[in-house]
Ligand binder design. Sequence first.
Ligand code: HEC
Length: 218
Amino acid sequence: MNYKTIKLAVASVALTLVCVGLSSCGVRDENTPGVEYMPDMYRSPSVENYGWHVLDGDTLQNAMLPVKGTIARGYMPYTYENNAAGYEAAGANLKNPLDMTHRAMYEKDGEALFGKFCVHCHGATGGGDGKVGLKLPGPPPAYDGALKDLPEGKIFHSITYGKNSMGSHASQLSTEERWKLVCYVQKLQGPKGGADSTKQIAAVATPTTAHAAAGGHH
Ligand code: HEC
């Protein structure tokens, strides 16, 4: 092999490389990446949310609801229905599944959640005098007033499904978080026995009494 042939060979290899390089730039469809070197770096094996996949010859959409009648691992379905009968049944039968030896801890967690999700309507002490609550057509009743004897099942049921102007919190709060909130609401209910509904009426009817009285006496 003489010097000239080597030069020619090198030149043709270089030319080929330039051609390959240019052809990868001039791809017509701008959505294709052109020539892919090590394509496994481009094409991730992950399943895309709204794509399709093939399983045993069936083409299935990725975002599918669970098969009817099945229960996802680690998930307990809530069986009380969102109606008056379900509400009463929850009140009678539904009990807090959390281990009550840790009650103080749950109340603390519940208090933090209450500050994020509930306080603007229910007020800091659950008196129904939150800034948003007072603007509602029917402000929330006081936990230690009309709601003093509300059983834990009903508290959980109402947090889960909502009630009148209170929306459902099932999508924002896990089951465990809702039960922690039940612990905290119970703390705000105070000692059981003797619903004091007059307290609630006072808070709802004259929310600014404290200010008015303070102003009037000066
Ligand atoms: C948009 C304002 C609003 C928010 C936010 C809100 N509530 Fe309420 N809540 C209400 C109103 C209004 C009522 C009274 C509903 C009725 O009986 O008409 C109520 C009622 C309740 C009751 C009594 C339910 C019953 O069965 O009588 C409980 C318990 C309760 N709320 C807990 C909570 C907790 C815990 C949170 C936070 C996760 C929360 N609420 C968030 C407005 C709100």
